[in-house]
Design a protein around this ligand. Structure first.
Ligand code: ADP
Ligand code: MG
Length: 613
């Protein structure tokens, strides 16, 4: 007499199965992640029984997961020596809705118009049924770890119901045999299974063996306590997940419980391909839940500007929450993002204080991303501003300083932070815009990258001090002897304005110049010469062209003093000098488009000099 019992699935389970069986999707390989996770859970439960001193069946059985892939038979078998199931548990766990998850799953599928969120199937507590994505028939042989248990054999084709019968003498644990669909026979290929295990289940904390060979050799370091981990293990782990033979520059390994459970191990790689001129890189931080991969290179886990990081973030809060929320707008992901971004910024700030040399390396390799953040990410701008480093007139060439240190060095009564963009240090120190600062002993931050102009503009202020281009500073250098009187200075300015006409904005006498006869300045708010150059390069200069440059004259410079006399004795020659002053000032600011006119005029003037009178 057959002992076979026929059972029907609960209606909701059958609906889950219908969806799973009839959906076509690309990532059906996740069925293996689900079955391996179940096996690992079963082993975990067994280990718990063992450590709490309870009697168990076959205590000598190894706590591991074995897979057998058989191409000829088109089967895949997953075996664990875990806690197993009694007959009642089998009926309860694989035939009814033990948890409310299937309801949530069905709702999710109904909501998703195009591609059901099948990747998340395991998080609804219905992961087992994903086996039917690839199998026409699933057999489960299981024997509970209770000492007096017997084994049971569960079989189903996913349509309508399942059968249960006694399974005779069996080892402890569960053995699941998948009879693969014709279009899923690749899952009986050794290399495919190996690839999938490595992708999703590599960090499962029990050995996984495929046809006898161990597959998962690298441990989930992030879940271990820092004090127990050797440098060598970190190194091996980084090589594994980072695919990078170069050691990382820095690493952050941390745990948090509130507001959300996080275990994270993040690395700062030694270089970034984007910085080296290749296309935009993507974050290589993988999102795990209890050591099982949820999403590789998870988008949305970090702000875009942190895309240079590699590593792992694990949150056990993930499944519960995700089933309650819609996938797209996961408030949980936002929470995770906020928590780890804040923590990472704090880490960098501490590195800057405690290990400045390491920080410098990190900054050297990835400053462009931090600057991108300072420009685009309002929420983290303040924290990022503290990390920025610049050369400065107050520190030797080649060294850098932070905005915070600049503020500490500010002079009594100084309310602004000044910066100057130039091609290099020599150009910055030689700039006519800098000479006033030098003579007044005011510090100026030097930057040599055009993007810094935008960074400073977006910062606006730091610790309550306005950030200002040096070109825009209102400086008053003490007047020495031998300069023009105020009246004469006005007269020569008027003369230059008349000569240049519409080509110049205002011409005025300046008090910020020391060694240079003249500079151009920009009356437009926030516009500097380097910004103009940048906009020109980006062909965005229409607006900039409309506003004319002003010209400032140095009433103490011999050329300007001489010009005042010359305009009365030889007006045509004085006009040439006026033109030359304007062109040289524009050349100095990098804003002269065509040097030919200037050169011709200069040659004329040189001719005058060398011709005997
Ligand atoms: P979940 O794992 O989220 O509970 P699943 O659909 O994956 O949902 O599995 C349903 C239940 O079936 C599990 O909770 C567990 O009780 C039981 N089960 C599945 N696989 C095994 C196994 N290999 N060993 C013991 N029990 C298992
Ligand atoms: Mg499961």
């Amino acid at each position: 007499m057959s002992q076979k019992e026929h059972h029907t699935f609960q209606a909701e389970i059958q609906r889950v199965l219908d969806i799973v069986i009839h959906s076509l999707y690309t990532d059906r390989e996740i069925f293996l992640r689900e079955l391996i996770s179940n096996a690992a859970d079963a082993l975990e439960k067994l280990r718990f029984l063992q450590t709490s001193g309870q009697a168990i069946l076959q205590p000598e059985a190894a706590l591991e997961i074995q897979l057998t892939a058989d191409e000829k038979e088109k089967t895949l078998i997953i075996t664990d020596a875990g806690i197993g199931m009694t007959r009642d548990e089998l009926v309860e766990n694989l035939g009814t809705i033990a948890h409310s998850g299937s309801k949530a799953f069905l709702q999710k599928v109904a909501e998703a118009k195009e591609k059901p969120a099948l990747n998340l199937i395991g998080q609804f507590g219905v992961g087992f049924y994903s086996a039917f994505m690839v199998a026409t028939k699933v057999e489960v042989i299981t024997r509970s770890a209770q000492p007096d248990s017997t084994a049971w054999h569960w079989t189903s084709d996913g349509a309508g119901g399942y059968e249960i019968e006694p399974a005779g003498e069996q080892p402890r644990g569960t053995k699941i045999t998948l009879h693969l669909k014709e279009d899923a026979k690749e899952f009986s290929e050794n290399w495919q299974i190996q690839r999938i295990i490595k992708r999703y289940s590599n960090f499962v904390p029990f050995p996984i063996k495929l046809n006898g060979a161990a597959i998962n050799t690298v441990q989930a370091l992030w879940a271990r306590s820092k004090s127990e981990i050797k440098e060598e293990e970190y190194k091996e782990f980084y090589e594994f997940i980072g695919h990078d033979p170069e050691p990382p520059l820095a690493r952050l390994h941390f745990n948090a419980d509130a507001p959300i459970a996080i275990q994270a191990l993040l690395f700062v790689p030694s270089r970034n391909l984007e910085t080296m001129g290749l296309g935009k890189s993507e974050s290589e931080v993988n999102l795990h839940c209890r050591k099982v991969l949820i999403q590789a290179k998870a988008p949305g886990l970090f702000p875009d500007w942190l895309r240079f990081l590699k590593g792992v973030v694990d949150s056990e809060d993930l499944p519960l929450n995700i089933s309650r929320e819609t996938m797209q707008d996961s408030a949980l992901l936002k929470k995770l993002n906020k928590a780890i971004t804040g923590r990472f910024l704090k880490f960098l700030a501490e590195l800057g204080e405690k290990e400045p040399e390491t920080f410098e390396k990190v900054y050297g390799a990835h400053s462009r991303f931090l600057k991108e953040g300072a420009i685009t990410d309002f929420e983290h701008r303040e924290a990022l501003a503290k990390l920025l480093r610049f050369e400065s007139s107050a520190v030797p060439a080649g060294q850098t300083t932070s905005l915070g240190d600049y503020v500490k060095r500010m002079k009594e009564g100084q309310t602004e932070i000044f910066h100057l963009t130039a091609p290099n240090r020599a150009a910055a120190e030689g700039s006519p815009y800098f000479e006033g600062f030098r003579s007044l002993g005011l510090e100026v931050l030097f930057s040599y990258e055009p993007v810094d102009e935008f960074v400073f503009e977006h910062l606006g202020a730091f610790e309550g001090k306005t950030v200002k281009p040096a070109e825009k500073a209102d400086l008053k250098v003490e007047a020495g002897d031998g300069g023009l009187s105020e009246d004469d200075a006005r007269l020569v300015a008027n003369f230059v304005k008349e000569t240049l006409g519409d080509r110049v904005g205002e011409v005025r006498s300046s008090r910020r110049l020391v060694d240079s006869p003249a500079v151009v300045s920009d009356s437009e708010e926030g516009m500097t010469s380097s910004m103009r150059r940048l906009m020109k390069a980006m062909k965005q200069d229409n607006a900039a062209q409309k506003s004319k440059l002003d010209l400032e004259l140095n009433p103490r410079h011999p050329v300007v003093v001489g010009l005042e006399k010359l305009r009365q004795s030889d007006a045509p020659l004085a006009a040439k000098v006026a033109e030359q002053l304007f062109d040289s000032a524009r050349l100095g600011a990098g804003l002269l488009d065509d040097p030919q006119v200037l050169l011709r005029r200069m040659h004329e003037l040189m001719e005058r000099v060398v011709t005997p009178k």
